[in-house]
Design a protein around this ligand. Sequence first.
Ligand SMILES: C[S@@+](CC[C@H](N)C(=O)[O-])C[C@H]1O[C@@H](n2cnc3c(N)ncnc32)[C@H](O)[C@@H]1O
Length: 573
Amino acid sequence: FGALQACIPELFAQKMSGDAVRVWVMACATGEEAYSIAMLMSEHLRTTRGTTAVQIFASDLDEEAIRTAREGLYPFAIEADVSPERLRHFFHREAGGYRVKRALREMVLFAAHDGLRDPPFSRIDLASCRNLLIYLSREAQLRVLETLHFSMRPTGRLFLGASETVDERSLLFSAVDKKHRLYVPRPGPSASGTDKRYEAPQVVGTRRTSLPAAGTALARLQLDLPSAQSAGAGAGGLSWAEMHLRAIDRLAPPSVLLDAQRGMLHVSSAASRYLHFSGGEPTRNLLHAVLPEIKAALQSALFHAAEQHQIVHTQPLQVLVGAQQEAVVLTVQPLDEPEGGFLVVFRAADAPLGLPGLALPATEDSPLVRQLEREGTRLKSVLRETVEQYETTVEELKASNEELQAINEELHSATEELETGREELQSINEEHITVNQELKVKVDDLGQSNSDMQNLMDATAIPTVFLDRDFRLTRFTPSTVGLFQLIASDTGRPLTDLTTPLQYPQLVDDARGVLYTLQPSEREVGDSRGNWYLARVRPYRTLEDRIAGVVLSFVDITERKRAQESLRQTQER
Ligand SMILES: C[S@@+](CC[C@H](N)C(=O)[O-])C[C@H]1O[C@@H](n2cnc3c(N)ncnc32)[C@H](O)[C@@H]1O
């Protein structure tokens, strides 16, 4: 369908104002394909703001399938194939599934139609025939393709199913996009859409045997076919059927063939005497064209023939034809055709009636009034139904509106919540930035303090040892190395494990005493090399005034000790 979508703008581009894009979906089954194409067309019109009319004819042999297609109700499972946006736009959700909305439904005209036998639609811009050819014999395939070819405008496009192709040697179609099975009709003697390929006698010979003449004319007029010209054509290019018709026309009473809407499809040559056309827009409606004396009776006869589906005769009517007064009886025969329609015959009042039928009373009995009353009643009920439908639509619209308002409200409050959340986040963010800056200042200070302390420790010549509350080594100055033979990895070792030349057996006790009493202690201690130190033990206070261990320092007092000794010796001498 992507390839199909791509060729849609081209179909519309060719249209002049007032032209419609005509589509035929042959073998439409239950309508999915037809509605899909309708959605694509509708979307194109929406995006281009186009106003070109679109008429989609969708046909299938299976009447049951056509009924389902007309219903336009599909199971919830279509959610897997139809986007939520399209579901929203083109379908109503109901208890039983998704129903096609009226606007889309009205784009498609479904009809029971045999692609192999029935006359084709005409002037088609896009024909879609998917997954029918694969089920048909080669001969039947060719027949379908011929029918489609005949129906299409020369610029039309044919869309086939993924596993179907048109024979490469075909004279009917050439590929536009072979991969996506898009074809264009080939021009030629049988490819213009206005030539005489379609043989109306086929129609006559199949479903329309009961009314050959009417069927032929009906098919020709309604389907926009040219005059029939079969292989068995008679002299002067006319078919035998047409010659037969002409011959009968001279002998038979004047008659007019009407479609179901009372539009004239065919008028026998003698019938024109009962018609008159005044100025203005030409009309096809027989009731507008017939002589005024006949009109009321004809209207009544048509009404009864349609209602009771039987032949109806009027009472003799006095009609002024030219300068002559004539007594005429009208016979209205409903056609036995799916499309409906009537044959109206004008007979002299004294001529035999032919087929029996319902004889209408004279118009003085006011059947017209009764008929008008019934017509009025019918119209009232149609109006009532329309009003009910309108009210239902208004109700639905109101409900949708309410839902929309509710959604709008929810959106509004969600937006407000989001806005509040955003403001909170912003203020938290600002706090974070401030804290971060403070932290950065502190980290910088700490870095500075750390490097000051490191330099101080490196610069001091006083061996100093920091112990935690378990008397494990936490830090020491470089000058301690000589006193305790420490290396960097000794951090964490207990004080008692350290070997030292100091003769200071009370060291651990002093440290413990300071930790408990928080009173600093000092003691002069010597080592095995004859050096003396003033050993100081002080509690280690954190900035939060917590005691985290003790600090030992050893001030070298060897010189002082030696001076004291020599003084003592001098005094003794
Ligand atoms: C497989 S379905 C294809 C439905 C649809 N085109 C699709 O692709 O989904 C084939 C359809 O072709 C219809 N069909 C078979 N013979 C036909 C004929 N001679 N004329 C019209 N329709 C026919 C069947 O009734 C059936 O619905």
